[in-house]
Design a protein around this ligand. Structure first.
Ligand code: NAP
Length: 254
């Protein structure tokens, strides 16, 4: 059986590692191609968009895909809806691997917003020195905030439009609590902006902000296709793939 993993996340890579080398399926991980030197999972890898729902339907048929795991980032909304439609058309079983969102705890000063634009409008009343961790795409939403200073952390160099006063920190997770504490202290950060990405790799900034009494603007997750079953981790997703494989071998024997 050929399994397609829609990736771009730590969990997608972990899933490929779990399945690779089992006497299991042929694996292809798919990456959008946004990052110049991505960490590659084991197994086959393809890079770049499929060309919308129709392109994905064709790809699934041409490559005899028997199961799909959508392990894209919780904010990769378009891809998640595209694959739900393509799976429905082709009748290929689809699972979403989606890490749970973060939950505020005592001492957190969270301001939840529905979009990058809403986060940008909330910022001027919350602080002047912003630690922006939403990635290099979408910086345009903050480009008109000429009075604020930004520390922008991203994997690759952000392109214009971007804020006038900013420093770029090229880095990728996982991040440590000590490192996040030091960034907030050294840059005199007075507000943090994050997507509700969930997961442990980028969570230490939330703890560091809480300790420093710094508010955090948290961008809520976009909607997801309702009909797709969801698991929270790579282990459960690997189990699901192996169950599909077993079902299929029973059908072949029948
Ligand atoms: P998106 O808005 O949902 O998708 C835009 C288009 O990019 C899709 O229509 C598709 O093009 C292509 N695409 C997205 N994910 C793909 C994949 N895994 N393989 C092949 N094509 C893909 O996605 P995005 O938010 O730009 O995210 C792009 C990638 O970065 C995803 O793989 C995601 O897991 C990763 N990522 C995203 C974020 C984030 O905050 N959004 C953070 C970390 C990592 P076609 O229509 O041509 O097929």
């Amino acid at each position: 059986m050929h399994v397609l993993i829609l990736g771009g996340t730590t969990e997608a890579r972990r899933l490929a590692e779990l399945l690779h080398g089992t006497a299991g399926p042929r694996l292809t991980s798919s990456l959008a191609g946004r990052v110049s030197s991505p960490r590659l999972p084991p197994g086959e890898v393809r890079v770049g968009g499929f060309g919308g729902v129709d392109g994905l339907v064709t790809w699934l048929r041409d490559h005899g895909v028997g199961a799909i795991v959508d392990a894209t980032h919780p904010f990769a909304e378009t891809m998640s809806f595209h694959v739900a439609q393509a799976a429905a058309v082709t009748h290929v079983p689809l699972l979403a691997l989606r890490r749970p969102g973060w939950v505020p705890v005592d001492g957190d000063r969270w301001h939840e917003t529905g979009s990058l634009e809403e986060a940008a409008s909330a910022l001027p009343r919350l602080g002047r020195r912003v630690f922006l961790t939403t990635g290099r795409m979408g910086l345009a939403a903050f480009a008109d905030l000429d009075d604020l200073w930004f520390l922008v952390r991203s994997v690759d160099v952000p392109e214009a439009p971007r804020p006038r006063l900013m420093e770029t920190l090229l880095d990728r997770g996982p991040f440590t609590l000590d490192g996040e504490r030091e960034l907030i202290r050294r840059h005199r950060i007075d507000v943090v902006v994050t997507k509700d990405s969930g997961g442990a790799a980028t969570a230490p900034k939330l703890t560091a902000a809480r300790e420093a009494g710094v508010p955090v603007v948290v961008i809520r997750r976009p909607p997801v296709p309702e009909q797709v079953p969801v698991v929270p981790g790579p282990e459960q997703a690997a189990r699901w793939v192996l169950d599909r494989l077993e079902e299929r071998s029973f059908r072949v024997v029948d």
